[in-house]
Design a protein around this ligand. Structure first.
Ligand code: ASP
Ligand code: MG
Length: 832
């Protein structure tokens, strides 16, 4: 026995009989056979039947050999040698010294093959019967190889050539099994071969005349189901190279999810519409007997795969989305169709006679038109058939036209859970509508298991992604773009990345970073950018293009889009109105919008109000301190803000907290500058403009139409030093010392202190400047770079409401921005 531990596969007791089917990729070479054998030996089953395909590519090679020989092309000799060598090589690699008899056996088969090919050359044609005989050789060899290898591992294992038991008839609808005869023959075979492990050939069978037959291309799945039925198996495992059936093609939809369970009906619908599951016909023997079919991955055998059973679990309305490309629409239109019985019959008869299969049908209840979706390759024939069939009606204008549109795809949403559930179609159409996908035709059968829409193929990818997002993504998925990965931006990006797993797990909130742009270049990634955003942005080569940046985020069609502007740019702020109007949320610590031209500010507000998109900017005032939110709460609950006063600059707060006369003012500025408390040019702080901007933002929040020009600003930079270079300015700053000394002394004489304060009063008069305050005033007792804001309101009138705390630094500022992002998310339904 093998040393590998049995896999605990099913929660129930050990299964009695299981049929496994391995496709060509699972048995591509000697290594893969070994892997398959390990996998089989590790399983604890009473009866284990393994159905194998030919080694990858062998069936194609055999068919090609026949064609070459029939065309008398001498390459066939070489190809024949190659194919024999491939099989011999696999035998040697698998069986080593024990390979002798198998090589002999292989040589005999290939010798026969050579005779047949020679005969084809003489005949100069390829009779179907001969092809049927030859193309199954790969399976016969494959089963023998695996069987012998298992025997070499000490297993008593029987190799079943399906041609010895399976009897089939060919019909219009494919190959039909004679169950009675086949079961009878299998029973006889089992008498002679009672082993508990059996390896059987896929694909091949025998017809009623005793000739070799095959079950059609990819017929091994069918063989698997047939043997599952004949062996009365408990389960059929179809081993492939993917973990199971996915919700959509992962090449188109990166976030496609693996499906744990499907009903037979769902699997049939998905297969029909092009999801590579298993062909419905191949499943029918298993379905009839209610056998569970499990699709699983040879390369990842621990994965449970997708279980297809009779059971309908109606979790979620839609299980899978499929896309069938390369179709055409034929539309028959005319007043003469209305209320005339038999028109549909004539349409379908015409198409049937032209051998055109109809993929999808749609007719509105007006009966004014009938629309058929057909394969693109059949469209010419179909169109002609309809024109011929209705030639008379077209002549007499009872039918106006036969229209044809090419390059059509059908997108289908499949799921048992759609039945009787309102809103599913709405969700599909809404997703497609949001993605601006035009729908040409719609069909839903009354089983309500499938809704199909015909769309232009150019829209197909976008449509599939949008529909997938509509049904699968967490409704709290945000496409996030960050502009300005500087001090605050970079910190925010790190905070965002660090919090991501927890937000996803606890709140199902998926903040997907999809774009990072600096003033020079941008990094765009539809799958999301990870912790390596720094390196990847540094390595990015695309120059900044805000149009492309925006289009990228919107085209992702995620449920929400949010842009964080951590730049200080006015051009970026110019974009806010159009972003908000397009439903993109904007979060920013950039003061340009809040304090810039009033017209733009109003446009931003209006755009947000119209579209419902949010604009948040808490970090523009007091960094992470909840200044704006506190005020919003007051206003939203009906309070009235009469006055706002505050110390809104960390730099100026520090300077005047420190300034007690023991050091000249200029030296304190130099000290603050060397500690990084000031802007590179301290005049940006000392001028008071930044403070005035924050005051404008606060005043506008209360509904006042204030602009920067309306604020009376006392600059601490004297006229004479305004135009100097920075170094020159610092060198000459001592010129201001005497003046500050004087003001300090005057204040002290009255028991007061100096503070740089911003205020807007009840009349809307706004000013920022140096004021004298009593020593017990709240503003007189701050620490370090603390900011403080005091709201006097109708409710907080005797004793104002105060917000105080550190008002600068990348960590707290970024956290303020982040908190805004989370507020937007909460507003969109995230449960934080
Ligand atoms: N070897 C056959 C084919 O390639 C059958 C199968 O692999 O399912 O069609
Ligand atoms: Mg196959």
């Amino acid at each position: 026995m093998s040393s590998v531990q049995p896999l605990a596969d099913s929660p129930s007791q050990a299964l009695r009989t299981v049929v496994h089917k391995f496709g060509g990729t699972s048995v591509a070479d000697a290594d893969r056979y070994r892997h398959v054998a390990q996998l089989l030996l590790a399983r604890d089953e009473d009866i284990q039947v393994t159905v194998v395909s030919a080694m990858k590519g062998v069936t194609d090679a055999l068919i090609e050999l026949c064609r070459l020989a029939a065309d008398d092309r001498s390459e066939w000799h070489e190809r024949w040698h190659e194919l024999r060598a491939r099989h011999r090589g696999a035998a040697v690699a698998l069986l080593g010294e024990a390979s002798g008899p198998v090589i002999e056996w292989l040589d005999e088969r290939f010798g026969k093959l050579q005779e047949i090919l020679d005969a084809l050359r003489v005949i100069g044609g390829l009779p179907e019967l001969v092809l049927e005989r030859v193309q199954g050789l790969g399976e016969v060899c494959s089963a023998r190889l695996l069987g012998e290898y298992l025997r070499l591992q000490g297993e008593d294992c029987a190799v079943l050539d399906a041609r010895d038991v399976l009897l089939v008839d060919h019909s219009d609808l494919g190959v039909v099994v004679d169950w009675e005869v086949s079961a009878q023959r299998l029973a006889e075979w089992r008498q002679r071969n009672p082993q508990h492990r059996v390896v059987a050939t896929g694909f091949v069978a025998r017809d009623r005349q005793g000739r070799f037959a095959t079950l059609g291309r990819n017929g091994s799945d069918y063989s698997g189901a047939i043997f599952a039925a004949l062996f009365n198996a408990d389960e059929l495992h179809i081993w492939t190279d993917v973990d199971g059936v996915l919700s959509a093609d992962p090449r188109v939809v990166p976030e496609a999810v693996q499906l744990n369970a499907l009903s037979y009906d769902e699997a049939c619908e998905l297969a029909y519409f092009g999801a590579k599951v298993v062909h419905p016909q191949t499943m029918s023997p298993a379905i009839k007997r209610g056998l569970p079919i499990i699709i699983r991955n040879t390369f990842n055998p621990d994965h449970p795969g997708t279980r297809i059973t009779a059971q309908r679990d109606t979790v979620g309305p839609v299980k899978g989305l499929t896309l069938s490309p390369g179709l055409s629409v034929l539309n028959l239109e005319g007043t003469g169709l209305i209320g005339v019985p038999g028109t549909a019959e004539r349409v379908f008869a015409a198409l049937r006679n032209a051998h055109v299969s109809v993929v999808m049908i749609s007719q509105g209840s007006s009966e004014h038109s009938i629309c058929c979706v057909v394969k693109g390759a059949d469209a010419d024939r179909g169109e002609k058939a309809l024109l011929d069939a209705f030639a008379h009606e077209l002549d007499t204008h009872q039918i106006q036209r036969v229209q044809r549109s090419n390059d059509i795809s059908v997108l289908a949403a499949v799921g048992d859970g759609m039945a009787g559930q309102p809103g599913v179609a709405a969700r599909l159409f809404e997703s497609l509508g949001r993605a601006q996908v035009n729908i040409l035709a719609i069909a839903q059968g009354s089983s309500e298991r499938n809704i199909s829409v015909a769309i232009d193929s150019a829209d197909a990818t976008k449509a599939l992604r949008a529909a997938h997002a509509g049904f699968w993504l967490s409704p709290q998925t945000f496409a996030i773009g960050v502009i300005g990965p500087g001090n605050v931006g970079a910190t925010l990006l790190d905070q965002l990345r660090a919090a991501q797993p927890q937000l996803l797990e606890k709140a199902n909130l998926d903040l997907r970073l999809c774009a990072v742009a600096s003033s020079r270049k941008m990094l765009l990634d539809e799958r999301g950018i990870g912790d390596d955003w720094r390196e990847r942005h540094a390595a990015a080569s695309a120059p900044l293009d805000l149009d492309a940046f925006t289009a990228h985020l919107v085209d992702l069609r995620l449920p929400h889009t949010l842009i964080v502007d951590c730049s200080a740019s006015s051009e970026v702020a110019d974009r806010y109105p159009q972003w908000l109007a397009a439903g993109i949320h904007v979060v920013t610590p950039n003061k340009q919008a809040g304090a810039g031209v009033l017209a733009r500010y109003l446009a931003i507000r209006e755009a947000g109000e119209t579209s419902g998109a949010r604009f948040r900017y808490e970090a523009t005032v007091g960094a992470g301190l909840p200044v704006i939110n506190t005020m919003r709460d007051l206003l939203d609950t009906g309070d009235e803000v009469t006055a706002i006063e505050g110390i809104l600059s960390g730099t100026l707060a520090w300077l005047f907290n420190k300034y007690d006369g023991s050091l000249p003012f200029s030296q304190l500025v130099a000290q603050a500058r060397s500690m990084g408390y000031t802007e590179p040019d301290p005049r940006d702080d000392l001028s008071g403009t930044d403070v005035a901007r924050k005051l404008v933002i606060l005043a506008r929040e209360t509904g006042r139409s204030l602009s920067l020009e309306d604020v009376q600003v006392e600059s601490l930079v004297p006229e004479s030093l305004r135009d100097a270079g920075v170094d020159d300015f610092m060198a000459r700053l001592h010129e201001v010392d005497a003046g500050f000394d004087r003001r300090l002394r005057q204040a002290r004489e009255q028991g007061k202190v100096l503070r740089y304060v911003a205020s807007v009063d009840a009349q809307g008069k706004a000013s920022v400047g140096l004021v004298e305050l009593p020593e017990e005033h709240a503003f007189a007792n701050l620490r370090l770079t603390d900011n403080i804001v005091q709201f006097s309101t109708r409710r907080y009138c005797d004793n104002p409401l105060i917000v105080q705390g550190p008002g600068a630094g990348p960590e707290v500022t970024a956290a303020g921005v982040f908190a805004d992002v989370l507020r937007v998310a909460a507003n969109q339904g995230a449960k934080l």
